[in-house]
Ligand binder design. Structure first.
Ligand SMILES: NC(=O)c1ccc[n+]([C@@H]2O[C@H](COP(=O)([O-])OP(=O)(O)OC[C@H]3O[C@@H](n4cnc5c(N)ncnc54)[C@H](OP(=O)(O)O)[C@@H]3O)[C@@H](O)[C@H]2O)c1
Length: 295
C-alpha cells in the first residue's frame, strides 16, 4: 500500500520541526502562516494556511493523505489576555480543519494537551488523570484546547492525542531541554519545580509515533493519552537528564504553587498513558536532545 502523504499544520513549531525530522522518506506538505520564512526546512514543500484546503483536495485526488495538526496558540500568557485569539486558533480552526478533513474523507491527527485537568495534589503525589475523568482546565490555553477537542467530538472526526513533550527544540528555543541548555551554557543554576508532576513524551519518539498513527489511522474520532510512566517532577526530569548527559548543574528546587499566577496553572499534569515510554527511554532521549541542543 502507498504510504499517505502528510499535510502538517504548525510545521515550523517545536513539535512540527521534530515531526519533519522524523518524516524522512514521507511526502510532507508543511503549512505555515509565512511559508517563505521556512522554505527549504525539513525537506518539505511549504505552503500557506490559505492554500492548504485546495492542496488537500489535490493530494486526496492523487492518493492517500493524512493531516497532522500541530498548529496552536501555545503562549499561555497570550491566551490569558487574548481569549478570543486562543479560541479562534485552538478551537474554531480545529473544527474547520476537521470539517475539511471529514468532507474529504481524510484522517486527522490533532495534538491536544495534558493541561485539560485542574488541581494540584495536596499530598504531593501524582494523580494520573484518566480518559474517564471529567476535564476542568484552569488556564485560558487549556480551556481553548478543550474547546478544540470538543469540536472534534461534535463532528465525530479527528484523533486527538493528549500529551506534553520534551526534547530538542530544533531552533525554536522552546521547551525544558532548551531551557536547560541555556542555563548550562551560562553556567547558571537550574531552577526546577518540585511540585509540578508530568508524564512527558520524548519528542523525537513521539514525532515518529504520530507519523505512524497518521499512516495507520482511518477516519472517525478518538481521544488517546500518550506519555511516559511513572510521572516525574520537572525538577527531577531536569536533574536526571543533565546527569545522564554528563553535567552536574546546581539544581534549585522551587515550588510552582508559591508563584503569583499559580492559580492559572495545573500542578498535576500527569496522565494515564497508553503504551508509555519508560523512565529510562525518557531520560536517555532527553540526554540525547540536550547534547543536540548544545552542539
Ligand atoms: N510544547 C508542549 O510541551 C505542549 C504540551 C502540550 C500540548 N502541546 C500541543 O502540541 C502542539 C504543538 O505545540 P508546539 O509546542 O510545537 O507549538 P509551537 O512551537 O508554538 O508551534 C505552533 C505553530 O502553530 C502556528 N501558529 C502559532 N500561532 C498561530 C496562530 N495564531 N494562527 C495559526 N497558526 C499559529 C505557528 O506556525 P507558523 O508561524 O509557521 O504559522 C507555530 O509554529 C499544539 O497543539 C500544542 O497545544 C504542546
Amino acid at each position: 500500500m502507498t504510504a499517505p502523504a502528510v499535510v502538517l499544520l504548525g510545521a515550523s513549531g517545536f513539535l512540527g520541526r521534530n515531526i519533519l525530522r522524523a518524516a524522512a522518506g514521507t511526502t510532507v506538505v508543511a503549512v505555515s502562516r509565512d511559508p517563505s520564512a521556512n522554505e527549504g526546512m525539513g525537506g518539505a514543500r511549504w505552503i500557506s494556511v490559505q492554500q492548504w484546503p485546495t492542496e488537500l483536495l489535490k493530494l486526496r485526488a492523487a492518493g492517500p493523505v493524512a493531516v497532522i495538526n500541530a498548529a496552536a496558540l501555545t503562549d499561555h500568557a497570550h491566551c490569558e489576555v487574548d481569549v478570543e485569539s486562543a479560541m479562534r486558533v485552538n478551537a474554531r480552526s480545529v473544527g474547520e480543519a476537521a470539517t475539511l478533513c471529514r468532507d474529504a474523507g481524510v484522517p486527522l491527527i490533532h495534538i491536544s494537551t495534558d493541561g485539560l485537568f485542574s488541581g494540584g495534589h495536596p499530598d504531593g503525589a501524582p494523580h494520573y488523570w484518566s480518559l474517564a475523568e471529567p476535564t476542568n482546565p484552569v488556564s485560558a490555553y487549556g480551556k481553548s484546547k478543550l474547546a478544540g477537542e470538543r469540536a472534534l467530538a461534535e463532528l465525530g472526526w479527528g484523533h486527538a492525542v493528549r500529551m506534553s513533550f520534551v526534547g530538542p527544540s530544533r531552533g525554536t528555543g522552546r521547551g525544558l531541554i532548551a531551557f536547560l541548555a541555556r542555563r548550562l551554557k551560562a553556567g547558571a543554576n537550574v531552577e526546577g519545580f518540585v511540585d509540578v508532576w508530568f508524564t512527558p513524551a520524548p519528542i523525537q519518539s513521539a514525532a515518529a509515533r504520530l507519523l505512524k498513527l497518521a499512516r495507520d489511522a482511518n477516519g472517525g474520532h478518538s481521544i488517546r493519552q500518550w506519555g511516559s510512566a511513572p510521572a516525574i517532577t520537572k525538577h527531577d526530569y531536569l536533574s536526571r537528564v543533565a546527569v545522564a548527559a554528563g553535567f552536574a548543574p546546581s539544581m534549585i528546587p522551587v515550588r510552582r504553587a508559591d508563584l503569583p499566577d499559580a492559580d492559572s496553572v495545573q500542578l498535576d499534569q500527569s496522565l494515564t498513558c497508553e503504551d508509555p515510554w519508560t523512565a529510562d527511554e525518557l531520560i536517555e532521549l532527553g540526554a540525547q536532545g540536550l547534547r543536540e541542543e548544545l552542539a
